[in-house]
Write a protein of this length. Structure first.
Ligand code: MGD
Ligand code: SF4
Length: 728
């Protein structure tokens, strides 16, 4: 049946993943009826995935937070108050905590879903005015290893490639990314390019035979955590077969001799065995990559969520350098960003070691440049990185951190070791949560709730995985008293008595930030607010108003390192922090599903998505299930050193034996004390401080059929798994 033509309300960027699809909303500002992909949008070219197509259903829900709410004691109910009272309350409490314990007793924990205007102002307020570098983001859980990997190997953060490279490459190496479920529109572009051109040939390296792996030409079932060995074996085979781009290596890189020596001193049999892949498969992968005209790699959490995530990134970039596959169309290491503006947060400096324009707090010149721009006295910005995500919650539990301001994230579902996170939050003197929805697992533990306007209800700027900076206009009013996040931060700063926050518009904030990118690797000098509002999107780097914006970086083969050369970094295999043993014999790996977004604050409102994936489960290989004497649908108890949960079994040959897979989306509001992150380990890597969410040791046991036989834990963990919707 043809849908009658509806009025077009306007365009916005999808608030879900980092692909950055442009959406067209149709209907009426008070009732959005339909969402379509914008045909001439560079990212999606008219396409949408199911989440994007249904996103309008998540806007006018009964759990939107519409007014500031406060309570001095968490045992009391919230009271509705004016913005002035709420911000005054927060200002007074933060002032008292700072006076008693110093500036580092407060912190901000944000998100890759916040727009660039907001993340810029958070840095200016916390790092500049409040004088603490304790600002971090949930991007720490996904992108921190990629940021450090790019910086170490190439001299700067930021992917070199663009989505159009999909149509230029002849091999796509997808490692640690389930693109078909997590970046579906990009996956669709890849499939369509292949249908049209016969290439790219796709190689997928993943321990699970995911939806992505099932459609691959070559599937490499890498052992969980075995990627460095896999990439070192590939490098070794390429060198032995003479598939090295000598001219590129000599002219544009350094460190090759050490890398060569390192690879030749490795035992190939050992590498093969650690990687868990047959020699034939390895040879085929090496041949495809080594002889490709152009190869692109796509990678995500399978590489990053590891205590050696940075090294995994370095190892992959080594292969690109070896084969000269960077800085030209159809080539390059492409880190896929998870959230709509994880990239923008990196550019504006939200992570605890960063300052705007890819600057670092540890660099004296960088601090001076930013202090001048913010009109602060020299020495205002502290010279040590602040606390990172996991560190913040440890510091809260210790009492070193007293106040935490959380925005656009739900750490009580998404952080590892949730029992610790809950203990920490319960100890805090002040928890402020700035969110569009309430209740969530996190808002339930807050003292102050600040209602945020979300996409369509504010104008905002974001950067996608391919460095495309996009502007989204306000299309409708925000519910109740909700305000754009940047305005909440600016109003608070003024209420707390800080100068430099009297902005009249989002455009003013953007332009102030943009000026700080001049001459930096992420140069956006030419991307003025006025231009963005005219042209909708521009790629960075874009050093002048006349510049069209560059889709591909490093085409001159000069890298932003001291000598302009990219760097080979020999990296050895390292074991994950917690290995299976006789007590906890299974590997637990966690991940995403197509239908759901993060902790379900939005997607639980879309009946179609909920019908597709109504609740959590644990995927177990049939042969493990036989040993455990469990069948499809049976309830099992999964325990780690940190917690115990119970879930129904989903039998699947997609997981290797000895490994179980759990999606991370469902939290306590679905089923109390039963989220996967009660099990995961909060071990982090040394440089990126990204937690190892893809690997910990668990035990799996059949839950007794007869309740009388069940252990005591039944009194706190429900045997039935909860539900958000009465009739999904
Ligand atoms: P994940 O499922 O976390 O998703 O996107 P992805 O990283 O693609 O993990 C990717 C793959 O890594 C999984 O298939 C997993 O089996 C594999 N893996 C696990 N361990 C290893 C290993 O040791 N080596 C290798 N090579 N692979 C391994 C994440 C991205 O998705 C992010 S960061 C966000 S924030 C967004 N979230 C999100 C969502 O919540 N829902 C949906 N539907 N899409 C999303 N897109 C974004
Ligand atoms: Fe939104 Fe990502 Fe789907 Fe595009 S692929 S519609 S950005 S969730």
């Amino acid at each position: 049946m043809n849908r009658p033509e509806l009025p077009i309300i306007g365009e916005t960027i999808c608030p879900y993943c980092g692909v950055g699809c442009r959406l067209q909303l149709e209907g009426y500002p008070g009732e959005i009826v339909c969402t379509r992909g914008v045909a001439d949008a560079p990212a999606n070219q008219g396409r949408l995935c199911a989440k994007g197509a249904l996103v309008h259903e998540t806007l006018d829900t009964s759990d939107r937070l519409t007014a500031p709410l406060i309570r001095s004691d968490r045992r009391e109910p919230f009271q509705r108050v004016s913005w002035d009272s709420a911000l005054g309350f927060v200002a007074e409490r933060l002032r008292a905590i700072r006076a008693a314990y110093g500036p580092d007793a407060i912190a901000f924990y944000g998100s890759g879903q916040l727009d660039s205007e907001t993340t810029y102002l958070v840095g200016k307020l916390f790092k500049g005015s409040l004088r603490t570098n304790n600002t971090d983001s949930n991007s720490r859980l996904c992108m921190a290893a990629a940021v450090a990997g790019y910086r170490q190997s190439l001299g700067s953060d930021g992917p070199p490639c663009c989505y159009d490279d999909i149509d230029e490459c002849d091999v796509a190496f997808i490692i640690g990314s389930n693109m078909a479920e997590a970046h579906p529109v990009l996956w669709d572009r890849l499939q369509q390019s292949r249908q049209r051109r016969g290439v790219p040939y796709s190689i997928v390296a993943d321990p699970r035979r995911t939806a992505t792996a099932r459609q691959a030409d070559l599937f490499l079932p890498v052992a969980p955590g075995g990627d460095i060995a896999l990439m070192n074996a590939l490098g070794r085979l390429m060198i032995e077969s003479g598939w090295v781009d000598d001219r590129f290596v000599t002219a544009y890189t350094r460190g090759f001799d050490q890398y060569l020596y390192f690879l030749l001193s490795q035992n190939l049999d050992e590498l093969v065995s650690v990687a868990g892949i047959s020699r034939d498969q390895l040879h085929e992968a090496a041949r495809r990559l080594g002889t490709a005209h152009g190869w692109l790699s796509f990678y995500c959490m399978g590489l990053n969520q590891s205590t050696v995530g940075v090294w995994k990134n370095n190892s992959l970039i080594n292969l690109h350098l070896l084969t000269g596959q960077i800085g030209k169309p159809g080539a390059g290491p492409f880190s896929l960003t998870g959230q709509p503006n994880a990239m923008g947060g990196r550019e504006t400096g939200l992570l605890s070691h960063q300052l705007p324009g890819y600057r670092l707090v540890e660099d004296g010149q960088h601090r001076e440049e930013v202090e001048r721009h913010w009109r602060l006295p020299p020495g205002s910005i502290r010279n040590k990185p602040g606390l990172t995500a996991v560190e913040m919650f440890r510091a809260l539990e210790r009492g070193q951190l007293r106040a935490l301001w959380i925005a656009g994230t739900n750490p009580l579902v998404s952080l590892p070791d949730l029992h610790q996170v809950r203990r920490a939050m319960n100890k805090a003197s002040l928890i402020v949560v700035q969110d569009a929805y309430h209740p969530t697992e996190t808002t339930e533990l807050a003292h102050v709730l600040l209602p945020a306007a979300q996409f369509t209800e504010k104008e905002w700027t974001s950067t996608s995985s391919e460095r495309l900076v996009s502007y989204s206009p306000q299309l409708r009013s925000a519910p109740g008293d909700a305000l754009p996040d940047w305005q909440i931060i600016a109003r608070f700063a003024q209420r707390a008595g800080f100068a430099g926050f009297d902005y009249r518009s989002a455009a003013e904030v953007w332009d102030e930030f943009r000026e700080l990118t001049t001459g930096r690797p992420c140069d956006m000098t030419g991307i003025t607010a006025a231009r963005l509002r005219r042209e909708r999107h521009v790629y960075w780097p874009c050093p002048s108003l006349e510049h069209p914006g560059e889709k591909r970086r490093y085409q001159d083969r000069r890298f932003p390192t001291p000598d302009g050369r990219a760097i080979f970094l020999p990296r050895d295999h390292r074991e994950p922090r917690e290995k299976p043993d006789h007590e906890f014999p299974f590997v637990l790996t966690t991940g995403r599903l197509y239908s759901h977004w993060h902790t379900l604050t939005r997607t639980r409102h879309c009946a179609k998505l909920v019908r597709r994936e109504p609740g959590p489960f644990v995927e177990i290989h049939p042969s493990d299930a036989r040993s455990l004497e469990v069948d499809d649908g049976d309830l099992v108890q999964i325990s780690s050193r940190r917690g115990t949960i119970r879930l129904p079994v989903r039998l699947s040959e997609a997981v290797p034996t000895g490994t179980v897979f759990l999606p991370f989306h469902w939290g306590d509001r679905f089923s109390a004390d039963n989220a996967v992150n009660y099990l995961t380990i909060s071990a982090t890597g040394r440089v990126a401080k990204q937690p190892e969410l893809k690997f910990c040791a668990v035990d799996v046991e059949r839950v007794a059929d007869n309740l009388d036989e069940a252990p005591e834990v039944d009194s706190v963990i429900p045997l039935t798994i909860g539900s958000f919707h009465e009739s999904p």
